[in-house]
Design a protein around this ligand. Sequence first.
Ligand SMILES: Nc1ncnc2c1ncn2[C@@H]1O[C@H](COP(=O)(O)OP(=O)(O)OP(=O)(O)O)[C@@H](O)[C@H]1O
Ligand SMILES: [Mg+2]
Length: 502
Amino acid sequence: MNDKLLQEMDWRVRVFDSLSFPTLIMRPDKSILTANQVFIEQRGLQVDQIIGKKCHEIFYGEKMCPNEVCPLKKVIKGKKGQSILRRTHSLTGKQIWEDRVFSPILDEHGNVDYIMESVRDVTRLKNLEITLKEAEAFLEKIIYSSPVAIVAADAYANILLMNPAAEDLFGYTQRQAITRISVENLYPAGTAKGIMKQLRSGKQGGKGKLPSTNTVILNANGQEIPVELNASIIYEDDSEVATVGIYKDLRPLLAMEEKLQEANTQLVQSEKLASMGKLAAGVAHEINNPLTGILLYANMVLDGMDPDDTYRQKLQNVVEDANRCSEIVKNLLAYSRQTNSLRKPLKVNDLVDEGLALIRDQKLFMNIRLKKEYAPSDLFIKVDKNQMAQVVINMVINAMDAMEKHGTLTLRTYLDQRKKAVCLEVIDTGCGIPEGLLSKIFDPFFTTKELGQGTGLGLSTVYGIIKENQGKISVKETNANGTTFLLQFPQHQTESGEALIG
Ligand SMILES: Nc1ncnc2c1ncn2[C@@H]1O[C@H](COP(=O)(O)OP(=O)(O)OP(=O)(O)O)[C@@H](O)[C@H]1O
Ligand SMILES: [Mg+2]
């Protein structure tokens, strides 16, 4: 060997020895030719305990290679580098991960002469990967078991994830959502765009965030559902990669609020009625006796009067007005529940018809279109027939007055399945009730009618009767085009629990 060659060999050995990864060189038959310093140190072996040994004797301590996926054959055949990942133990007994990289060393004909194997400790990386995978699985568990609805989508609005709570809310399975629809289908037209605009503007919670906004979603049946939405955009290097929406169904909350509001209104009205009721009952009682006297004597005088008597007409007016007073007293007593009611299961449609027939002044209907939108099947409610007639008469006359004798009066009956309530709507096309008066209309003696036209006892009497019959009355809608009063009664059930039909 000449000097130059020796020098070059020495240089190669030094490079090999200074490699910071434990490295060895073996022959294609797996026998080890040499190992570098780091390798020898890390294995805690002497050079002669390594050289000449087969690779698996060093790595596995076994005469036969137990590695079913030994990449050596591939390295020799393909003349290309290969690597395998192996879990093993360090000298101190700690579990470690090794990445074994095999590189072929070719002879001048291009055949594999030797194989260089260097071992890298990738324990830290591998542990990090495991922790990351565990964290990912944990996060996934949180998302999929969360009671709040979560939907994630990519930057093109394709749905990536829909947890079970969101499946319930939107009515799609995650699979359907991923394959068939996009985020835009989850909202009424234009809403998704509006939300994205708000998110990007960052006006509410910073860029890419939208904290607690009330909005409406669209479920698979096309039903609009009010929700509270928290949304955010996920960025990677400043560009949008995904969006996440967290939804809370507001229906139970709104239903509770509505109930509370209703209970509150009823309570206020009940209190008003209770105090007014006492007063009314007292007044009615006191007036009733003298009134009976006035009517009795006036009628007696009238009976004995000459038909041409000039005072006859005047006395007739006295009787008429006294009768009117008597009517008011009757109403007052009904309102303060001094009359006895007799409640029986009756068909709501019949009750409305009977009430209508009792309206004395049928001329009232002359220019009014009367529409009856009755429930097709018989709905029973347990009420006092006479009291119900009084309710219908009062409601209809109020509607007529509001329409000033022109318009359409609709009487609608139906069953509210959810509430198990039989409903009667009295709908007019009249002047409507100004917002400021809504809280007063059920008050006794509240009237907007001219002196002598109304006593203001109609609705308060109606309210008292309906309450006594376990029902409810409210103004469902009112505006310049008309008013809808909604009367609700519990559907009457037979003893076997069935609702009475037919
Ligand atoms: N359908 C309706 N449309 C518009 N306003 C109404 C309607 N029903 C009632 N009101 C308003 O409520 C007020 C109170 O009604 P309520 O029936 O108690 O008394 P009234 O009709 O004025 O008098 P009364 O019924 O004693 O003859 C009315 O004066 C009117 O202002
Ligand atoms: Mg009235």
